[in-house]
Design a protein around this ligand. Structure first.
Ligand code: NDP
Ligand code: 8X3
Length: 258
């Protein structure tokens, strides 16, 4: 295992779920953490927790990854001590709705595409030139099994995650010949705020997604992200699919009735 002590890891969408647990796991490796999301109060609480538990040096900032000027501004305005980003975890993302394409809400589509595809690209565009200049770095994209399959009502969300997988492969080709690594970690069902967000705050509908089954926890996924980031420099874990044992495909989920 290579150590991340004092390396800078930048996690987007660190205020909840997988991103928050990635912060906790990477803090254990000794990394310094740059954390962004729209909910700054949560980021600051997390920063305090990580500082108290691990002595982690954390810098938080508000960022809506859909706003490309804000992304450029936030990255270019980083204090000198935070500029040499070594690990970028492109995690910020969401789904909205489960409508068919004929019935789809166009605002929902735009929010998913703007966040999951364009936001990931804006952040990657802002961060990778520094990695190229230093000839070191690792980009870990949080994709999904929705980037490998399609399910009814998931058309646009799946399309965004297929895009993430395409962009991951493309970036690995674009960076070929450098020391920079590119990984996609593609989870199945993980119990986070994801379904509450998908169903616009309908907690009962969100809870039903996980009823009777044992989904992944955000920590399960974050441990994999940290594992990928701590391989020796000559090793790239290119694609990792992480499933709950209760899940075989996006739609084949074992549910117990009791
Ligand atoms: P959560 O809803 O718990 O977390 C999503 C995170 O993304 C939050 O921190 C949120 O922060 C941030 N975010 C959303 N939109 C934006 C934005 N415009 N700008 C900045 N940050 C944003 O869900 P998960 O942890 O489950 O989701 C994390 C990633 O994992 C997503 O890319 C998702 O697609 C993927 N994924 C999730 C799976 C699951 O079953 N849960 C399975 C496979 C992949 P804030 O609202 O404060 O901005
Ligand atoms: C989240 C997993 O199957 O709900 O990316 O789309 S799924």
């Amino acid at each position: 295992m290579s150590t991340l002590r004092d390396r800078i890891a930048f996690i987007t969408g660190a205020s909840s779920g997988i991103g928050r647990e990635c912060a906790r796991e990477l803090a254990r490796t000794g990394a310094r953490l740059l954390l962004c999301a729209r909910r700054k109060d949560r980021l600051d609480q997390l920063a305090q927790e990580l500082h108290e538990e691990h002595g982690t040096d954390v810098h938080t900032f508000v960022l809506d990854v859909r706003d490309r000027h804000a992304v450029d501004q936030a990255i270019s305005a980083l204090p000198e001590a935070w500029r040499s980003i070594e690990i970028l975890v492109n995690n910020a993302g969401l789904s909205r709705g489960l409508a068919s394409i004929p019935d789809g809400e166009i605002e929902d589509w735009e929010e998913m595409i703007d966040t999951n595809v364009k936001g990931l690209l804006y952040v990657t565009r802002a961060v990778t030139p520094g990695m190229v200049a230093r000839d070191r770095g690792h980009i870990v994209n949080v994709g999904s099994i929705a980037g490998r399959e399609v399910y009814r009502g998931g058309g646009v969300y799946c399309a965004t995650k297929w895009s993430v997988r395409a962009l991951t492969q493309a970036l690995r080709m674009d960076l070929h010949g450098t020391a920079i690594r590119v990984t996609t970690v593609d989870p199945g069902l993980v119990e986070t705020e994801f379904s509450t967000v998908r169903f616009h705050g309908d907690e009962a509908r969100a809870a039903a997604v996980y009823r009777g089954t044992r989904p992944l926890t955000p920590k399960d996924v974050a441990e994999v992200v940290a594992f990928c980031a701590t391989r020796p420099a000559h090793v790239t874990l290119a694609e990792v699919v992480v499933l709950a044992t209760d899940q075989a495909t996006a739609t084949l989920v074992n549910r117990r009735t009791d």
